[in-house]
Structures are given as C-alpha cells and as structure tokens.
Design a protein around this ligand. Sequence first.
Ligand code: NDP
Length: 241
Amino acid sequence: MSRVAIVTGGTRGIGAAVSKALKDAGYTVAANYAGNDAAAEAFREETGIAVYKWDVSSYEACAEGIAKVEADLGPLRVLVNNAGITRDAMFHKMTPEQWSAVINTNLNSLFNMTRPAWDGMRERKFGRVINISSINGQKGQAGQVNYSSAKAGDIGFTKALAQEGARVGITVNAICPGYIGTEMVRAIDEKVLNERILPQIPVGRLGEPEEIARTVLFLASDEAGFITGSTLSINGGQHFA
Ligand code: NDP
C-alpha cells in the first residue's frame, strides 16, 4: 500500500517540490498550507495532490489536521516539517511580535506536528521525520536573530528526538538549505542578491527546490534507515557544518 506523507507548507516553494517528488515516487501526499488558498488550489489542480489548510503554529490545529489526513488517507509514515516564515529586522528594531511569529511557525511547529504523529509511528515501528532547517540556523545571520534561533532549535530538536526514535524504527533528520530560488529568496532586493549573496555561494547560483526534494526523498526511503540525527547541508559549498 502507498505510504502516506504530510508536507507542511507543501503547496509552494521547497515544500511544493517535495510534495511532487514524493507523489512521483508513489507516496500518497497531503500538502498542508496556511492561508494562500489561491496558490493551494492551483497546486491541487496542477498536481492532483490533496491540500489541507491549518496553521502549524497551533498544537490543536496540527493534531486535528493530522487526524483528518489519517482518516482520509491512512496512517502517517513520513512527516516533512517544512513550513516557515521570515520576519526580518535588526535586533535593535525587532518587535516581540516578529520574534514570536517566527519561533511559533518555524520551531514550535516541529513540536506541534511531530508530537501528535509520534505515538502512531512508535506503534507501527516506522517513521520518517524530516525537518527543513536552514544554513542561517547553522551560521547565524544578522537581521534574523529570530529565524536563526528557530532554525538552530530545529537542529537540536532533530538530534534529541532521533535518539528517542532510534530503537522504534523512526529516523529524524534535518536538512539545512542554503539560498534556494523560491519566493522567499526572490523577495530579496535584486541588488543585494546579485552583489552580496551570489558571490558568497561557491557554486555560483541559487539552489533549486528540486535539489532539496531529492534529498528528502532519499531520507524518507527504507535505504536511509541508518541515517538519523543528521544535519545535511545543501548550500552550494557556502558553509560547512
Ligand atoms: P515559501 O515562502 O515559498 O513557502 C512557505 C510555505 O509554508 C507555504 O506553503 C506557506 O503556506 C507555508 N506556511 C507558512 N506559514 C505557515 C503556517 N503557519 N502554517 C502552515 N503553513 C505555513 O517558503 P520556502 O519554500 O522558501 O521555504 C520552505 C522552508 O525552507 C522554510 O522552513 C524555510 O525557512 C526553509 N528555507 C528556505 C530557504 C530558501 O532559500 N528558500 C533557505 C533555507 C531554509 P501559504 O502558501 O498558505 O502561505
């Protein structure tokens, strides 16, 4: 039977590429999103992938969302915690709202999504949890103290939970993308992108969402059962960790 996968933020950007790659590999995919109904509907029409709207910063919404997906599609085997936002500001200008929004969406979401999924994965003695962190969680980034904190937290979450999942067939890994050509990155001022960011990337280009998706696919596979607690850097040679 086809394995069920949930991809949070699975209708746009990196998440959309992950959803498509999993579907093409034979998974039954549920793509979650937050509020952009038009993008989600266009994605559903284009791909035939089921879309589900809930806010990953709410524990109750995640528990309900997972229960609905499992009732519709079957037991959850693969969870890709990908949804994320930025609310950039230099620290001396950062508001409590900017801090909380990013911590809730990019870090607390990992608890909110994984905790309700965990008991079922433990019972079935199989699970794949793949967390999309960031290069900026590894190296820190000015103007992103909130984002860097959340993404570094994602790595700690991954390492600790991997130890708990190891004996019950559940792997937990993190991927740290560098700059990938999604709306999040294309929103950066073109001058900043061309003059400051691209020169920092040894490969000399932005990454493609599909390059992240292929790694997710591998981590989700049976063949990757000995890889857990790992942080995979996919950044064109920009940062080694
Ligand atoms: P996009 O902005 O292109 O897409 C974000 C997705 O997340 C959308 O589907 C959005 O839904 C969803 N989302 C946002 N907030 C919530 C929420 N509260 N609940 C549910 N879904 C939500 O992002 P990217 O594809 O660029 O980034 C994906 C992940 O990769 C993020 O975690 C990001 O931090 C990380 N990353 C990205 C990099 C890059 O270069 N792009 C580099 C390093 C890490 P909706 O469409 O409804 O808004």
